[in-house]
Design a protein. Structure first.
Length: 523
């Protein structure tokens, strides 16, 4: 006799569950007010009952002798836990309250933990003193909706309104900002409070102000210490929050001083194609089959092996620098799926907004696909990036320049306001930077005052790429001459400028204790 599975929700997130259940010959009963076109016809039975109508769902499930219940999306996770609890079926902890959706409650669950770190947090209260910078969040949103990086009181007011528009609550969550580090999503299955890590996904983000996710890569590159940290801390997080019987993805950040911070979790499969596509490409384990077996109380301990590298790159204005990767992907054997955006690229603020505006590449290979290796690097002008100053600030912090924070930020703001800033990006971070002033429209003389490449990326030809982009821009703006200055000791830079057609003028400029040589190029 076929097993019967209640699936809460009937949207895009339900599709892989319904398809896998059909393949497993499990009978599905889909509960939702509307059967969306993407899921139409995939369930055996569609029942037009809202996932919020717990009594009606429980009554129907009892009459049908349902064997298991599963959440398909963020919104249905609490309902699935309550239905499972009421029916005595495998589910997440519900007695005493469900904590797998509200970010404040998640943090409360780990407040007394001696081993799991997390940012300090509190609900916003008017008049409370705030130590900036902070993160402002909608407590119950997903897909980066309602999240902002805030540096001062003026930004706080805007961020609070932004968060309130993304939440069904009347509260806003304030969190300590955890700075430099690498973000990961840990894809898990839990059965009877035993937790299994199926894959670790490296997340690329565009950084402040809204931390748009611009790429995901499996398996995440980890040293042994970080690998052990994740396998030690993530099960503790899941247990504390009450994830007992379901899929889950746990978002964490590992800082430069090797500390693991809990960010948030979802009692569901990871979105952004992480669970429904990338997992199937990178490991030899059937994730959705395992999730259905958990719901039906038929789960067996998984054996998981990495078999390939997989990932997704999203294209928007923030990631314009990977456009060359899209050009190469069209004819590459590693490209599994590609969607080329139509029209001009624009800035995205949320993952949902990003999906509407841009394109994407999904890859599978024997190595992580990256710009600069699998496609040429590309330099882009990014003055209009909402986080231009912050991105440059992070870049200079990595160069080791000794300069006061306030002085640095003022100088970078001048670059944005009066100059033309070009950069080459890798995984959302600047690796090469150039600023050129094209302000003197009388003399038509442009001036390049800054060219720098991160030490670990030198020797890859990035200076030439970024210089050529800047010179092309100057030509398009109608400028006839470009000048720059370089220290006589910087022989590598002098060779580059001479190869591009610059000539030494014989004029020198004093900078501190140094005399810099002037070079000129006629366009």
């Amino acid at each position: 006799m076929k097993k019967k599975l209640a699936v809460l929700g009937c949207g895009i997130a339900a599709v892989p569950i319904l398809k896998k259940a059909r393949e497993m010959e499990v009978e599905t009963y889909c509960f939702a007010l509307e059967e969306l076109p993407c899921a139409k016809g995939l369930s055996n039975f569609f029942l037009p009952i809202s996932y919020t109508n717990i009594d009606a769902i429980c009554s129907t499930c009892k009459n049908l002798n349902i064997d298991g219940v599963i959440a398909s999306s963020e919104n249905t996770t609490e309902a699935a836990a309550e239905v499972a609890y009421n029916l005595g079926l495998p589910g997440n902890r519900f007695e005493g309250g469900f904590c797998g959706k509200d970010k404040y409650l998640m943090r409360q669950c780990l407040k007394e933990s001696k081993s799991v770190r997390q940012p300090t947090f509190y609900h916003y209260e008017e008049g409370r003193k705030i130590s900036y910078p902070v993160i402002v969040k909608a407590p119950d949103s997903c897909s980066k909706q309602g999240i902002s990086f805030v540096k001062n009181e003026k930004e706080l007011k805007i961020a609070i309104e932004y968060a309130l528009n993304a939440t069904s609550q009347h509260q806003v969550l304030i969190e300590e900002y955890i700075g430099n580090g690498v973000e990961y999503s840990v894809e898990c299955l839990s059965s009877h409070n035993k937790h299994y890590i199926i894959q670790i996904t490296k997340k690329d983000t565009a950084g402040p102000p809204h931390f748009l996710e611009i790429g995901h890569h499996q398996p995440g590159a980890l040293n042994e210490m970080h690998y052990q940290l994740i396998h030690e801390k993530v099960p503790e997080i899941l247990t504390a929050v009450g994830i007992c019987n379901s899929m889950a993805h746990v978002e964490i950040k590992i800082t430069e001083d090797n500390q693991l911070y809990f960010i948030e979790l979802g009692a569901r499969a990871g979105g952004d194609r992480i669970a429904d596509t990338l997992l199937a490409l990178s490991v030899d384990y059937d994730y959705y089959k395992g999730a259905i077996q958990i719901a039906l109380n038929e789960f067996e301990t998984p054996v998981v092996n990495n078999v390939a590298y997989s990932g997704i790159y999203y294209l928007s204005k923030q990631t314009e620098s990977i456009m060359n990767l899209f050009s190469v992907a069209k004819n590459a054997n590693w490209c599994i799926e590609i969607n080329t955006p139509k029209g001009d690229l624009t800035y995205a603020s949320t993952n949902i907004n990003r999906d509407e505006l841009g394109g994407y590449i999904i890859y599978r290979s024997d190595h992580k696909i990256v710009a600069g290796v699998d496609a040429p690097w590309k330099a882009v002008r990014f003055n209009d990036n909402p986080n231009a100053v912050g991105l440059m600030r992070d870049f200079y912090m990595h160069t080791g320049r000794q300069i006061a924070e306030e002085e640095l930020l003022l100088g970078l703001q001048k670059f944005v306001d009066k100059g033309n800033v070009f950069a080459i990006f890798d995984e959302g971070k600047i690796i090469a930077l150039l600023n050129v002033y094209c302000n003197n429209f009388e003399t038509k003389i442009a001036y390049i005052n800054n060219v720098e490449v991160l030490r670990s990326y030198r020797g890859k030809g990035l200076s030439k790429i970024i210089m050529n982009s800047a010179l092309t821009y100057c030509t398009k703006q109608g400028f006839k001459t470009v000048t720059l200055h370089v220290a006589p000791s910087n022989i590598v830079a002098e060779k580059l400028y001479l190869s591009l057609g610059f000539e030494k003028t014989g004029v020198q400029k004093k900078q501190g204790e140094d005399l810099l040589n002037e070079y000129l190029l006629k366009l």
